[in-house]
Ligand binder design. Structure first.
Ligand code: HEM
Length: 495
């Protein structure tokens, strides 16, 4: 793990808080505590905390929050890590102090092996330039315009799902479905024959990245024992490279209006600022960030609705009422309020990114009555925030009603599956539309439950939060809505 800036050791509040440190703008002049907030004792340089986190990150963070409160100090040599457990403090940090933060170097180094210098990885001016260039392609208006293609890609993927009742490997099928959507959005193609190799590569690269996150440094990828990861990187990069190369020789007027077409137009107008390598990096990030998180969330949504049949029946009724048997359009999506709430509740219980990238402050930061020296690391445990009984009564229960208008009193920032502040998820509108379309189409076509009356699977943090064992569903095809058989299927199955 990289060390704190050595020039700042005198500013360590353990020793001698720097009285000249500038105050954050907008901060009221409440007395600033000296010393670090409370937290578990340091033993063995604090590395036992890192080991405990590697074993059960979500359990550890929830336990430390319950014992130590809103700011927890983890002294993990050579770092001082502060876990921020209060939504207001998270917003103060990520919104108010955004200009003083970078993402922790170790995680970024691991992710950069795959994402290059894309918007996910870049900092400072390089990030601002990329983000500004990409925002229009992910705006609500663009997502609306993409909805017909999205609906078609999802419908085609669902056509491959079974027509007879039986047990179905839903998680694998959902990963395939989200891959088809994202390749349509980025490249105007379907992954089809490439999909199995890409899925295998995603698995290998995720296993490797997950392990490396807890190492102090990475051994080179040419080491013999890393052959799987090296092969996976070649597969993923090779796929993106082939897509970009094939399109870059097409004349501008022949380019489809997709993300790659827009990036290539940036490349043509500014080949130095946007070399083809930068185009490839952005395509890689959109491809990876754009399907893995959505697939994980859809898998959890299926598990939740299978485990809570009354919610599935209510959501199916809403879909029948709003859509009947036709496919959803962009104009339909705001009408699906209950279905939206089931997705929001799924993301509360099982946020695909249960920990944001750790942030390091590059200048002193005042937070929650403490002044933290430059170099302090901040951890934002989204999963623990989402399970805090102060904001969510019976936090382990699946209750979509929490998210329906007027029923919630949770403070701003207590629900943040897409992060918050300037680095909030670029693809959140796309993700929500895609998930609404996919879940509406699934409910139109199927009723489902967990095979053998199994309970919800426990989660496993593997970069994104996935079920510990791949999710399978027992599917039963429905008659189209509007028919007597379709209506009795919704009513009878479940409650
Ligand atoms: C359920 C689906 C998704 C979830 C839960 C999710 C979650 C997140 C979160 C939490 C962050 C912020 C990380 C941080 O602050 O440390 C993020 C960033 C990002 N997401 Fe998503 N995401 C989803 C879907 C997507 C999709 C569909 C795309 C694009 C196709 C996408 C592209 C990105 C990008 C490019 C960033 C980096 C933004 C930046 O640093 O400026 N995400 N996502």
């Amino acid at each position: 793990m990289p060390s704190m800036n050595p020039t700042d050791t005198s500013a360590c509040p353990f020793h001698n808080a720097n009285p000249a440190a500038p105050r954050a703008s907008g901060q009221d002049p409440t007395p600033i505590a000296t010393g670090w907030p409370a937290g578990p004792a340091r033993r063995f340089m604090g590395w036992h905390l890192l080991r405990a986190m590697a074993r059960d990150p979500l359990g550890c963070l929830a336990q430390w929050r319950d014992i130590w409160g809103d700011l927890v100090h983890l002294p993990i040599w050579p770092e001082h890590v502060i876990v921020v457990n209060h939504p207001g403090l998270v917003r103060d940090l990520l919104v108010g102090h955004h200009d003083r933060l970078i993402r922790a170097e170790r995680a970024i180094a691991v992710f950069a092996q795959l994402h290059g210098h894309s918007v996910l990885i870049a900092e400072g001016e390089a990030w601002r330039r990329r983000r500004q260039a990409l925002v229009p392609a992910f705006s609500p208006r663009e997502v609306q315009a993409f909805t017909p293609a999205l609906t078609q890609a999802v419908s085609e993927a669902l056509d491959a799902w079974p027509q007879q009742p039986g047990v179905w490997p839903a998680e694998t099928a959902l990963t395939r479905l989200t891959m088809e959507v994202i390749t349509q959005m980025v490249f105007s193609t379907r992954a089809q024959h490439d999909a199995p190799a890409l899925e295998a590569a995603m698995h290998d690269v995720t296993v490797a990245a997950n392990a490396e996150l807890y190492w102090l440094w990475s051994l080179p990828d040419w080491m013999p024992h890393k052959w799987r990861k090296a092969r996976a990187l070649r597969t993923l990069r090779g796929y993106i490279h082939r897509q970009v190369s094939a399109r870059s020789v097409q004349p501008p007027q022949a380019q489809p209006d997709d993300l790659l077409g827009r990036l290539l137009s940036l490349h043509r107008s500014d080949p130095i600022g946007w070399p083809l390598s930068a185009v490839e990096d952005e395509c890689t990030t959109a491809f990876l960030a754009g399907h893995e998180t959505v697939a994980a969330t859809l898998a959890w949504w299926c598990a939740c609705l299978a485990g809570y049949p009354e919610a599935r029946v209510a959501a199916a009724r809403e879909v029948d009422r709003v859509l009947g048997a036709r496919a959803p359009t962009a104009a339909d999506l705001p009408q699906l309020a209950y279905l939206t709430a089931t997705l929001q509740e799924t993301m509360r219980l099982y946020p695909a990114a249960p920990l944001l990238f750790n942030r390091r402050c590059t200048q002193p930061v005042e937070l929650g009555g403490h002044r933290f020296p430059a170099g302090t690391l901040f951890m934002i445990p989204v999963h623990a925030l989402h399970h805090d009984p102060r904001w969510f009564a019976q936090p382990a229960d699946f209750r979509p009603e929490r998210h329906l208008g007027g029923s919630g009193s949770a403070p701003r920032g207590s629900w943040m599956p897409f992060g918050t502040g300037a680095r909030v998820c670029l693809g959140q509108h796309l993700a929500m539309s895609e998930m609404l379309v996919a879940t509406a189409l699934i409910l139109q076509r199927y009723t489902f439950d967990l095979p053998g009356g199994a309970g919800l699977p426990p989660p496993r943090l593997h970069i994104s939060l996935r079920p510990q064992t791949p999710l399978a569903l027992r599917l039963s095809p429905r008659e189209p809505a509007g028919t007597a058989a379709g209506q009795s299927a919704t009513a009878a199955s479940g409650c």
